[in-house]
Design a protein around this ligand. Structure first.
Ligand code: GSH
Length: 359
């Protein structure tokens, strides 16, 4: 059974939302949809992320088009990608990995199609080709691009991960991590091993949404704004906001265990995926070097604390992270040399137990 493909993803975003190569006059637009993050640059040289396109929602309601079912959905991720790793973290800590399978792509971007210069996520051809990566067991696809092509014949955006795939309808349910984690938090609770864990509890929702807003703009996406800025001014603007936000987190974490109180929430998982990549990658490649995370006592110990939550450490593969960032962006670093350090041990002891957890 298949649904009409265009029905499944949102209409094209408005021209402010999209990332374009613009002609000199905004009245005479020559637009080119970004096919890769590195193309997502405005006229002023600032990085502007393209919105995701597939926004279907899995529901615990059995009559919904995408009902929560065991074995029906599959998550495609890269260990390099912080957005995809949010979803993988949820899969692990909610105890969903027996009912939702996942596949990890190769770390480094490669050509996705003969005769086309596009580079992106690809699958290995065997289990032994690259440690940590696996061939696509569901569709036998060679690349993530092929998954998008199966899901839609008219899609023309980025071939990004995460991809949440419906094996029944053979299509993409959703490719936006902030939505996927909400589904994983609440919609599979009839099947999850750790259903009691609620990372978006009703009484904290306003606080979580508020914190997610500035953490996304200035930290999660902020590091990309630093790294992908093509001019000095947008870079400096982004760096200043990034460090103000990190200082704010440090301050919050000097008084409580997590960002929204003494209780782990979605905000912490979203912040963690950026912090764990910061000293190893963003400080070097994205020029976020005003201060390192390991120079912030509370942020550093907090990063270790979250890394040590049961199930989290297996979502972090630093070899994939470094291989991807340092080797997949030749326009940023044509040599692709991978820095040897700093090799931080996030499993070492931390001091966050000094805060009593709230119920
Ligand atoms: N808003 C998306 C962003 C996903 C995203 O940008 N993923 C990057 C990897 S970190 C990607 O797959 N990029 C592919 C490309 O640029 O070609 C989400 O949070 O899920």
């Amino acid at each position: 059974m298949s649904l009409p493909r265009p029905f499944l993803f949102s209409p094209a975003p408005s021209h402010q939302q999209r990332c374009f190569a613009l002609s000199p006059s905004p009245n005479k637009l020559t637009v080119r949809m970004a096919r890769s993050s590195i193309d997502e640059v405005s006229e002023s040289g600032a990085f502007v992320r393209t919105p995701s396109a597939f926004h279907n929602f899995i529901s615990q309601d059995p009559s919904s088009p995408f009902p929560a079912e065991s074995g029906r959905y599959h998550l495609y991720v890269s260990f390099a990608c912080p957005w995809a790793c949010r979803c993988l973290a949820y899969l692990k800590i909610k105890g969903l990995d027996k009912i939702i399978g996942h596949t990890v792509v190769k770390a480094k971007w490669e050509r996705t199609k003969d005769g086309d210069p596009h580079i992106g996520w690809v699958f290995p051809t065997s289990n032994t080709e690259e440690p940590g990566a696996e061939p696509d067991p569901i569709n036998g696809a060679g690349s993530v691009r092929e998954l998008y092509e199966i899901a839609s014949t008219v899609y023309s955006g980025k071939y990004s991960v995460p991809v949440l795939w419906d094996k029944n309808l053979k299509t993409i349910v959703n490719n936006e991590s902030s939505e996927i984690i909400r589904m994983f938090n609440s919609e599979f609770n009839g099947l999850a091993e750790n259903a009691a864990l609620d990372l978006y509890p009703p009484h904290l929702r306003a606080q979580i949404d508020e914190a997610n807003g500035w953490i996304y703009d200035y930290i999660n996406n902020g590091v990309y704004k630093c790294g992908f800025a093509k001019q000095q001014e947008p870079y400096e603007e982004a760096v200043e906001k990034l460090y103000k936000a990190l200082d704010k987190c440090e301050q919050i974490l000097s008084k409580q265990r997590y960002i929204c109180g003494n209780i782990l929430t979605e905000t912490d998982i979203r912040l963690f995926v950026t912090l764990i990549r910061f000293d190893e990658v963003y400080a070097v490649l994205f020029k976020c070097n005003k201060r390192l995370i390991r120079e912030y006592p509370n942020l550093f110990n907090y990063t270790k604390d979250i890394f040590q939550i049961s199930g989290m450490s297996c979502t972090i593969n630093m070899d994939h992270i470094k291989l991807n960032y340092y080797r997949s962006h030749p326009s940023m670093d044509p040599l692709g040399t991978i820095p040897i350090g700093p090799n931080i041990d996030y499993s070492s002891s931390h001091d966050r137990g000094r805060f009593a957890l709230s119920k």
